[in-house]
Design a protein around this ligand. Structure first.
Ligand code: ATP
Length: 233
């Protein structure tokens, strides 16, 4: 479904991504794990067209995304939930969700709202609440719900567990697992390697802009080197 082939991304003179290649197949959860600054967000932002690679290509369902502007990437079926759950703080829960449906025909929006409310009952209870007054976990649910309103073929999540209490992290990962069971394809970026590898079919480990290891979620979880570097021993 997604093929990232030899991308190199620079911020001015900083070479942040150094020749990364990986693939995501339909129906998989693939995770990119790595420490702060390894290049995880940069990789996602390159796929979604917010940043550009000097080399190589990003292909989504056979189409080269380099030729498609970021706002059109969503129409191709690729939705990103950015790091730090950027929701529209002044808008209500419902208005935020409606914004996520801007690429969809108007007639289906109510059914999609119901689908999101089914996944996140907390959002249904609070549909008239202004997003800026939601808790961090609720904002994360809203950011994910908004992305789902565009019926993405591939959902990219950038550190959905960041800053959340352990119980909410569990809930968010339960929802990701649930989406996966219903056929969603997910590219998950996480610092919480334990949680991410536990639900992922496959994972890639990033270190200073390069992929250093890859394997199934189970293989990486049981690898002594990964345990030492990312799982606290
Ligand atoms: P984190 O887990 O902390 O979010 P990350 O793996 O997502 O980290 P990136 O945000 O992709 O890492 O950053 C990769 C490298 O690029 C880092 O060294 C970072 O300092 C650098 N970088 C990121 N954004 C910029 C920018 N706008 N200008 C200059 N350097 C940047």
């Amino acid at each position: 479904m997604l093929k990232v082939d030899d991308i190199n991304v620079w911020y001015g003179s900083i070479h942040a991504i150094k020749g990364i290649s990986f693939e995501v197949y339909e129906g998989e959860i693939v995770t990119l794990i790595g420490a702060n600054g390894a290049g995880k967000s940069t990789t996602l932002n390159t796929i979604s067209g917010l940043l550009h690679s000097k080399t190589g290509s990003v292909t989504f369902q056979g189409k080269n995304l380099a030729r498609i502007p970021p706002h059109k990437v969503v129409e191709q079926g690729l939705a990103q939930v950015p790091e730090g759950r950027r929701v529209f703080l002044q808008m209500t829960v419902k208005e935020n969700l409606e914004m996520g449906a801007y690429t969809m025909p108007a007639g289906g929006v109510q059914a999609d709202l119901d689908m999101v409310y089914g996944l996140f009952p907390r959002l249904k209870e609070r549909y008239r609440q202004v997003a800026g007054t939601l808790s961090g976990g609720e904002q994360q649910m809203l950011a994910m719900g908004r992305a789902l309103m565009s019926h993405p073929k591939l959902l990219m999540l950038d550190e959905p567990s960041m800053g959340l209490a352990p119980i909410l992290v569990e809930q968010i990962f339960e929802i990701i697992r649930n989406l996966h069971q219903h056929g969603s394809t997910i590219l998950l970026v996480e610092q919480n390697a334990q949680a991410a590898l536990s639900i992922a079919d496959r994972g890639y480990v990033l270190e200073t802009g390069k992929i250093v290891t890859t394997g199934t979620g189970a293989e990486l979880l049981s690898s002594p080197a990964i345990k030492k570097a990312y799982l606290g021993g």
